[in-house]
Design a protein around this ligand. Structure first.
Ligand code: FAD
Ligand code: NAI
Length: 465
């Protein structure tokens, strides 16, 4: 059997690329070493984390939010059932991918893939059986793995990565989170809501590096009000197991006196690294950059003709929707169409309460690029729906080109921000201006009206402020 395309890895990049290629008439096989499809995202990432974020948010609301709305309820945690909800959500999503594979007549092959040449992939199954698949093209979609701290062993019970933090069988009384990035703040939120005292240790002097600084600072204040403790500009130098739990030694990042913090569980969330182990890239001569990412050109081509790469294993944000869009674009290019990804308009969302959602440039990006801009801001405290919902934390911030009024960046801190952000993404895809947004009728009362008002505020004419 000669395939048109063999995709290695069935995360959001790989399975979406395979489906789109099959839709376009290609004969496609996928190789996956996990028992289930869906990669990091569906098995141990996006989906299980959102199942726990949703459940823990309702628990928190029931304990601390309902009374003010006139609802008397006592909430009691049933962690095994919450974990079953997480596991059932994963199963339902990964079996959905099996169905899509069948529907699109894609051949699933379970085992670890190794590239022998641009025309052959060797697959070793869990039982040791080996087969070689012939193909006209290969896509590397092998994703990423947890970044580790030197000298600190992750046992997934006491010292955990995100994977262990999604499966704890008891609420840790004291949780240390190393890294104030997306995983640390999302999973830190889950366990804080369920009862943990959470201390976040971050190397830099801010949370969420890369996000608009004003938004990150406001978000930090909200998290502190919720009970998070932050130790910024601090590094963890060691973790020791004691009879009572764990003792983490931390030091100022710039140097100085060490101190210790006691914990029951430590979550290491300091980023992820591209995963290419055992793929045979060196043998076939596929180039990687100094950070271990597979080097590609604008058409997802590696330096070896016939071998392509997408998703977390290549440059760009490590996000599921970025991997998916690359999968679609590559399949379309392979079919002779004009696939395209606009890297200037990839939304990023932190699924906490409130959510942080961002698309396009931050103020720091624009300053660094020397682009003159105008800012429009609108707080949710002045939004009728937010008041009715008692969800007034946060604001919308719009950055527009000072000369052309084109929207260059939108940042939303607020309940539901991860859904609201998409009107900004669509506007930006069409090269829209703040004026366009300000003149678009928004339904009342909605949280989205804050976006319209922020757009009006770019021209200093917001109505409700
Ligand atoms: P992956 O999803 O990592 O899939 C790669 C697949 O390749 C894996 O299944 C792996 O088993 C397989 N593989 C690797 N090597 C081989 C081999 N040699 N042979 C066969 N198979 C192989 N992103 C978001 O956009 N939104 C979120 O809410 C979000 N939440 C996250 C939460 C957590 C806790 C984590 C860890 C990540 C989260 N992410 C989120 C990031 C998201 O999961 C990744 O960006 C996304 O999964 C990348 O997709 P991918 O297809 O490139 O790789
Ligand atoms: P991250 O890159 O978002 O954050 C890592 C944080 O750890 C940074 O703030 C960094 O400064 C800090 N750090 C690094 N080394 C440190 C050290 N030695 N000591 C203390 N702090 C240190 O990475 P994270 O949170 O692990 O997530 C990995 C990837 O998964 C991200 O790229 C993210 O895009 C993706 N993801 C996306 C989600 C979403 O879209 N909602 C949810 C979860 C993950």
């Amino acid at each position: 059997m000669l395939y048109d395309l063999v995709v290695i890895g069935t995360g959001p990049g790989g399975y979406v690329c395979a489906i789109r290629a099959a839709q376009l008439g290609m004969k496609v096989a996928v190789v996956e070493k996990r028992k289930t499809h869906g990669g990091t995202c569906l098995n141990v990432g996006c989906i299980p984390s959102k199942a726990l974020l949703h459940a823990s948010e309702l628990f928190d609301e029931a304990r601390h939010g309902f009374a003010a709305l006139g609802i008397k309820a006592t909430a009691e945690l049933d962690l095994p059932t919450m974990m079953k909800h997480r596991a059932d959500t994963v199963t339902s999503n990964v079996t959905g991918i099996d169905f899509l594979m069948k529907k699109n007549k894609i051949t699933p092959i379970h085992g670890t893939g190794r590239i022998l040449s641009p025309a052959q992939v060797e697959v070793t199954a869990a039982d040791g059986a080996v087969q070689v698949i012939d193909t006209k093209a290969i896509v590397i979609a092998t994703g990423s793995d947890v970044a580790r701290l030197p000298g600190i062993e992750i046992d997934e019970r006491q010292v955990v990565s995100s994977t262990g933090a999604l499966e704890l069988d008891a609420v840790p009384a004291r949780l240390i989170v190393v890294g104030a990035g997306v995983i640390g703040l999302e999973l830190g939120s889950v366990w804080r809501r369920l009862g943990s005292k959470v201390t976040v240790v971050e190397y830099l002097d801010r949370i969420l590096p890369g996000m608009d600084t004003e938004v990150a600072k406001a978000f930090q204040r909200i998290l502190e009000k919720q009970g998070f403790a932050f130790k910024l500009g601090t590094k963890v130098t060691g973790i020791a197991k004691t009879e009572a739990g764990l003792t983490a030694t931390v030091e100022p990042a710039a140097g100085g006196a060490a101190e210790t913090i006691e914990a029951d569980v430590v979550l290491v969330a300091i980023g992820r690294v591209p995963f290419t182990a055992g793929l045979g890239l060196d043998e076939v001569g596929v180039a990687k950059d100094p950070r271990g990412r597979v080097v590609i050109d604008d058409h997802f081509r590696t330096n070896v003709p016939g071998i392509y790469a997408i998703g977390d294993v290549v440059r760009g944000p490590m996000l599921a929707h970025k991997a998916e869009d690359e999968g679609v674009a590559l399949a379309e290019m392979l079919a002779g169409q004009a696939g395209h990804v606009n890297y200037d308009v990839i939304p990023g969302v932190v699924y906490t309460m409130p959510e942080v959602a961002t698309v396009g440039k931050s103020e720091e990006d624009l300053k660094a690029a020397g682009i003159a801009y105008r800012v429009g801001k609108f707080p949710f405290t002045a939004n009728g729906r937010a008041k009715a919902n008692r969800q007034t934390d946060g604001f919308v911030k719009i950055l527009a080109d000072a000369a052309t009024d084109r929207v260059l960046g939108v940042h939303i801190l607020g309940a539901g921000a991860g859904e609201i952000i998409h009107e900004a993404a669509v506007l930006m895809e069409f090269g829209g201006s703040a004026e366009d947004l300000a003149r678009t009728c928004h339904a009342h009362p909605t949280m989205s009206e804050a976006v319209k008002e922020a757009a009006m505020a770019v021209d200093k004419r917001a109505i409700h402020m």
